[in-house]
Structures are given as C-alpha cells and as structure tokens.
Design a protein around this ligand. Structure first.
Ligand code: IPM
Ligand code: MN
Length: 348
C-alpha cells in the first residue's frame, strides 16, 4: 500500500470534531515514510440539506465510490425531520456500497470501567464482535402508511431477508469466527416469532456451517441475548444477526464495554468492489456539539479498523495499542476532544 485516498464525511453534530482527531491519528501513524494519505471532504448532512434540499446527490456518491475508504463522523440532526438524513445519506451509502458486513467489536480494554459487576466481566473479559447485517432487514424501506392520520391508520415496515443477503453475511461471520482463537459463532434472531426470516437465518447458518466444521455454533433469541450481554458477556465470541437486532445489541455491547464513546465500527464490503466506510457507533450528539468535549476515541478506533481493512495491519495495531495505553492511564479528569487526539497521537 503506497497511497490512501480517503473520502471524509464529517456530517452532523460532533461528527466533524471527532473526525478531525481521527485524521490526526491517520496522519501521525502513516508518517512521512508511510503511504501518502489524501483526503477529500464531502459536505453531507443537515447543513447541505438546509442549504440545498439535497441529501446524497448521485454525483457525490460517484465521487465517494472512487476512494479507497470512507471515514464518517455522524449523520442526524434535530433540525431536520427524523429519517430524512438517515434514509437520505447514511443508509443509501451503506446500501449502494454494499456494506453488508457492519462490523462492531466490543472489547473491554484494561483500565476501562464496565457498568457490569466485576465478577460478571471476569474471567473471560469482554471481547466479542458483532457482525450486523447492513443492507437488508427492516432497514430497506419496504413499507408504507395507509389512511394516515385516521383512527384506522396502517403502517407497515417489512423486513426483507434474501437467501443471497443472509448467506453472504453468515459466511463472512463464520470466516471471522474461524480466524479467532475461540472459533465460536452465535446466531441472534427471534425465530419463535419471526418464523419466516428466522428459519431462513437458522437454515443458512446450519448449511454454511457445514463448510466450517471447526467453528462451534450457538443460537439465542434476541431478548435472551440482551440478558446474557448484561450478565455473562464472556460467552460471546462472534455474533451474527440481522440489521435491526444488530443495531440494538451493539448499543448494549458498547455500554458494557466502557460506553458508546469507545465503540468503533466498519461498514464493510468484503469483496472490495466498493470502498468500506468506518464510523463511530455513536450519533451526532447535538447536545454537546461544538463544545470540543466529545470523546474521539471511537473514531480513532474506527481509523484502526480502516487501516486493517486496507491491509495496513501494523499501523492498525499501533493505533489500537496507542488507544489502549491512553485508556489505561485515563483518569477521571475531563479532557477536550483535541486533547484526547493529541495524547493518542503522541504515543504513536
Ligand atoms: C447506527 C445508527 C444508525 C442505524 C442510524 C443513525 C440510521 O443508529 O449506526 O447504529 O440505525 O444503523
Ligand atoms: Mn445504532
């Protein structure tokens, strides 16, 4: 890898603030001797929508597609009707770029406090990864309203699960499980109620599992999974689940592993047909936007995932180690967004 061409979407709220720190780390870890980093910023989100009414113009999508990867801050703003930016910017990027693997690691780093009782975290610690399907499920927008505003209003939101879509994400999750020491994969769904989709997922795990006989599999209904995430997170290694269940359980996963300020993610197109997109799991946090107090750690860890995805494994590990060292020595004194970025950069 001799060059990195990154599309940068700061987006809304604290997005641009945390992304600036992520880029600081990217520059610091690659250094003058490393690959040449080029960044192009794209103005997407509330500001653009208010100014032009646009969400994700086709020309911007085309330009973004030409990069090696995307670094995204956050999309969503209280001054814009709910759903407009989410359905207009973020989800179209995930769908158009075939980010069917939404990868969300949950790792409790030394020195970081979990809200769980110590004995619940020990002895296995928290170190699992959720492979959230990213392109299907109830997110596809297959629904509608009838008789809106009447007492007989009907709203549907149909979950779409294709054999193709389920199989490709399940296969990816098996491969990730196989590459980890524990080789364990848990399917999380709700097949006792969502019988159609649930059985498709279950059958697919069974069938694909025949290609991965060294991976042990387990199944949990999503409601039970939330109990185990709060009482016995050590049982999880790799979790594969649908788009909406994955959205929900990865917030719990973030909470038990030190908070949403530390949770990183990658929206990955494993075939590399399109650039993958890396973003903190947290949102735009409008209540603290512009104050310079947001924790950029989740974005920095997302940069580590970006580097690993692009084959810069050594750089990725250096960033993760720098974050781990910073976390280990982090006191309770509040630090500004830039101070955290500087402290991590100084360790590189
Ligand atoms: C996330 C977010 C998004 C999602 C929203 C902003 C559309 O909650 O990345 O988890 O639901 O996927
Ligand atoms: Mn979410």
């Amino acid at each position: 890898v001799t060059s990195l061409d990154i599309a940068v979407i700061g987006g809304d709220g604290i997005g641009p603030e945390v992304v600036a720190e992520g880029l600081k780390i990217l520059e610091a870890v690659t250094g003058p001797a490393g690959p040449k980093v080029t960044t192009t910023e794209y103005d997407l989100g509330a500001r653009r929508w208010h100014a032009t009414g646009e969400t994700l113009p086709a020309s911007v999508l085309d330009e973004v597609k030409a990069h090696d990867a995307i670094l995204l801050g956050a999309i969503g703003d209280p001054t814009v009707p709910s759903g407009v930016l989410e359905r207009g910017v973020l989800l179209p990027l995930r769908f158009a770029l075939e980010h069917y693997v939404n990868l969300r690691p949950a790792k409790l780093y030394p020195g970081v406090e979990s809200p769980l009782a110590v004995e619940r975290v020990a002895p296995d610690g928290i170190d699992f990864v959720v492979v959230r399907e990213g392109t299907e499920g109830p997110y596809v927008g297959n629904g509608g309203s009838l008789r809106t505003g009447t007492p007989h209003e009907i709203a549907t939101e149909v979950s779409v699960n294709t054999r193709f879509g389920v199989e490709r994400v399940v296969r990816d999750a098996f491969a990730r499980a196989q590459a980890r020491p524990r080789r364990h994969l848990t399917l999380v769904h709700k097949h006792n109620v969502l019988t159609h989709a649930g059985h498709l997922w279950r059958r697919t795990v069974e069938e694909v599992g025949a290609e991965f006989l060294d991976v042990e599999t387990a199944y949990q209904h999503v409601d039970a999974a939330t109990i185990f995430l709060a009482t016995d997170p050590g049982r999880f290694d790799v979790v594969v689940t649908d788009n909406l269940f994955g959205d929900i359980i990865t917030d719990i996963a973030a909470a038990i592993a030190g908070g949403i300020g530390l949770a990183a993610s990658g929206n990955i197109n494993p075939e590399r047909r399109f650039p993958s997109m890396f973003e903190p799991v947290h949102g735009s946090a409008p209540d603290i936007a512009g104050q310079g107090v947001a924790d950029p750690t989740a974005t920095v860890l997302s940069v580590s995932m970006l580097l690993a995805h692009l084959g810069l494994v050594d750089e990725a590990e250096r960033v993760e180690r720098a974050v781990a060292a910073d976390l280990a020595e982090r006191g309770s004194a509040p630090r500004s967004t830039t101070a955290v970025g500087d402290a991590i950069a100084a360790r590189l």
